[in-house]
Design a protein around this ligand. Structure first.
Ligand SMILES: Cc1ncc(C[n+]2csc(CCOP(=O)(O)OP(=O)(O)O)c2C)c(N)n1
Ligand code: SF4
Length: 292
């Protein structure tokens, strides 16, 4: 019997959207659902780990397994899931505050492990859910509720950090460029190893500087650059430094390095959940006796 093709509806939940009209996160949600549809991944084979923030609501709208974790903790949960069940497509999603502030420590260690997960960051240069404070990707000088006389800190550069840290697929999307974002997410899911898809996803309510129009003017698409080779680490770093990370497309991909889960002894063929954990008769009593 030929299995029926999944439709877009299969990746949607009945939950009503809670985002402000015009929020960039709508574009990210639609691109993720379209990418999953194009790849025909069954909802029961997808685990979406979402953080806390407006961005974290994305998990409520995608029909898949969904864990809504504590603020900044998408990485350890996603890593654990992948190691336990390598057959799952594990996707983590959250905001720039979630991932690059409170979650920064976890982010760095997830990078160096190169586990096979896709991390989508909905980057709006602000804390949306808590109503407009600076985030780690806010530019120096940015005036917000928490920085009324201008932000005095340098901003985090997530793409350069990701490459330096060991990610093997590093891309940037823009929520109003659907076609490109779908392709970047599909590439990230197909890629075996840690994939970051940082996405410029404007907050129309609290960030009046980094708007759709502002990004449209600023972003350089790597595919328009003559002979750009995403497989060259040094070229990728140079591109990001020269353009202050205002680029879109696949910036870097390493197709050679093995992912963490591929390298772990004993886990090559099967994930933990699929191994035979039956304890032979009488063995359990013996194990228990060892603790008495
Ligand atoms: C441990 C903890 N610290 C702080 C908060 C408060 N808090 C909730 S969301 C958030 C920031 C949200 O910003 P971001 O991650 O950029 O997501 P956005 O809402 O912009 O999508 C903060 C600080 C929290 N919920 N938990
Ligand atoms: S506050 Fe900003 S990030 Fe949150 S839903 Fe509204 S527009 Fe989106």
């Amino acid at each position: 019997m030929v299995a029926e093709a999944l439709t877009l509806q299969d990746y949607k939940t009945p939950e009503e959207s809670w985002w402000c009209p015009g929020c960039g996160d709508f574009g990210v949600l639609a691109a993720l659902q379209k990418a999953l549809l194009d790849l025909q991944i069954k909802p029961e084979e997808i685990a979406l780990v979402a953080g806390i923030g407006c961005s974290g609501k994305i998990g409520n709208y995608v029909n898949s397994y969904n864990i809504h974790v504590t603020h900044g903790r998408t990485m350890p949960a996603a890593l654990g899931l992948k190691l336990a069940n390598r057959e799952l497509t594990v996707i983590a999603a959250g905001g720039d505050g979630d991932g690059y502030a409170i979650g920064m420590g976890h982010f760095m260690h997830a990078l160096r492990r190169n586990a096979d997960i896709t991390y989508i960051v909905m980057d709006n240069q602000i804390y949306g859910l808590t109503k407009g404070q600076t985030s780690p990707t806010s530019a120096m000088g940015f005036e917000t509720k928490s920085t009324p006389s201008g932000n005095k800190e340098h901003n985090v550069r997530p793409l350069q950090l990701a490459i330096a840290g060991g990610a093997t697929y590093v891309a940037q999307g823009f929520s109003s460029n659907q076609r490109q974002l779908v392709d970047l997410i599909k590439g990230a899911i197909r890629h075996k190893g840690f994939s970051l898809v940082n996405t410029q996803s404007p907050c129309v309510t609290f960030n009046k500087i980094n708007t759709y129009a502002w990004w449209k003017q600023k972003l350089v698409d790597v595919t328009t650059l003559d002979g750009y080779d995403p497989h060259d680490r040094v070229t990728a770093m140079k591109l990001l430094a020269e353009n202050d990370e205002a680029v879109t497309g696949l910036v870097y991909e390493d197709t050679v390095s093995e992912s963490f889960d591929q390298m772990l002894p004993g886990f090559r063929e099967q994930g933990i959940v699929n191994q035979d954990w039956t304890v032979p008769d009488g063995e359990f009593q013996k194990i228990l006796a060892g603790y008495r």
